[in-house]
Design a protein around this ligand. Structure first.
Ligand code: NDP
Length: 335
């Protein structure tokens, strides 16, 4: 089997040398386990955090360990009741060609939507959007929602759910093509290109124009310049679900202290700001799949996948995703 490991801890933005490639024999399977040949691997922004030796909501990856991640694959040997050779399963395979999964650490994919969707629109990112919007965004028809990384799997789902709830939806995306996709494919009412608006005040003017009634929900995916630009546009009693801050995952590069501005806005506008981690909500995942899978299969919910061939290319695809090199859910076709 082949696996991609953490070779060393990155300093700032990861580089290919931070990853290793190891080959070895196929692992043995014991009672209660199954051996899976990985077909598709999911690459997600949270993996950047696991590369650091800091205490967080999940343990750091140790040097030499396989990079963590979810994958979809085919069972090639099973010692688990209820799982048989040929089943397509989803589980924590890591960045590897094969994985041994425990019976309670995998589930079968038997939906009409393709198995790869179990990693994106119908997987952890789509579920994050569905849960976070309902619980922490609390959308109401007629309100305005702003979200960055808008063509990614979280952003595209939040945008479509908010639009169907009757909100004005405003995308922030990197580049003209992603802005076009946000509007034409994912139905956003407007899109602002953060690359075309270099500083915070230019960003704010563009957003103010796109949000004539202010902002009721700012779905936080990125932090950085976008957050600083949106804060003064928030309406009273607005909500900010904090889902991610990808602009800062490889280190903060601005020394300016924006905290007083942020806290002043939270106070004076009585904003509700909620950090959330989707793993706390996992019990609701079956309900999400039950409700959303038919819509995805029917084409009522749009999604985009950005597929790179070959496990050995995972580090490069991951590095590219962190700075917007992906268009849609980042996946690796492993076999
Ligand atoms: P994406 O596939 O959208 O990939 C990340 C995107 O972030 C890039 O494509 C890029 O889009 C954007 N980006 C990167 N750097 C910047 C920057 N400096 N400023 C603005 N945008 C930037 O990711 P996901 O949809 O998988 O995840 C979106 C966010 O949700 C991430 O922050 C992730 O960590 C978080 N998340 C949190 C979860 C939770 O439980 N709280 C669960 C799942 C995801 P563009 O080119 O358009 O700028």
């Amino acid at each position: 089997m082949t696996r991609i490991t953490l070779a060393r801890r990155p300093e700032g933005t990861p580089v290919p040398e931070d990853f290793g490639l190891k080959k070895g024999p196929l692992p043995e399977v014991s009672k209660g386990e199954m051996l899976v040949e990985v077909q598709t691997l999911s690459l997600d922004p949270y993996m950047r955090g696991r590369m650091n030796a800091v205490k967080s909501y999940a343990a750091a990856t140790e040097i030499g360990d396989t990079m963590p991640g979810q994958g979809v694959g085919r069972v090639i040997a099973s010692q688990v009741d209820g799982f048989a050779e040929g089943d397509i399963v989803v589980g924590a395979t890591g960045w590897a060609s094969h994985a041994v999964l425990p019976g309670d650490g995998a589930f079968k994919w038997d939906k009409a939507a393709p198995p790869s969707t179990a990693l994106g629109v119908l997987g952890m990112p789509g579920f994050t959007a569905w849960t976070g919007l309902r619980e922490y965004g609390r959308p109401k028809a007629g309100e305005t929602l702003v979200i960055a990384a808008a063509t990614g799997p979280v952003g595209a789902m939040v945008g479509q759910l908010a639009k169907s709830a009757g909100l004005r939806t405003v995308a922030v995306a990197g580049g003209a093509e992603k802005c076009r996709l946000a509007v034409e494919k994912f139905g956003f009412d407007a899109a602002v290109d953060h690359r075309a608006h270099a500083d915070e005040s230019a960003m704010r003017s563009a957003l103010a124009e796109a949000c004539p009634d202010g902002v009721d929900i700012y779905w936080e995916n990125v932090g950085g310049k976008v957050l600083a630009a949106v804060m003064p546009l928030m309406n009273d009693h607005g909500r900010i679900p904090i889902c991610g801050t990808i602009a800062w995952y490889s280190g903060v590069n601005s020394t300016e202290d924006r905290l007083p501005m942020a806290w002043r806005n939270i106070l004076t506008k009585r904003l509700s700001v909620n950090g959330f981690i989707i793993f706390d909500h996992w019990d609701d995942y079956p309900d999400f799949v039950e409700k959303l899978a038919p819509k995805v299969a029917a084409g009522d919910i749009a999604y985009l996948e950005d597929v790179t061939e070959g496990l050995e290319n995972a580090p490069q695809a991951f590095i590219a995703m962190l700075s917007g090199g992906n268009t849609g859910k980042t996946l690796i076709k492993v076999s």
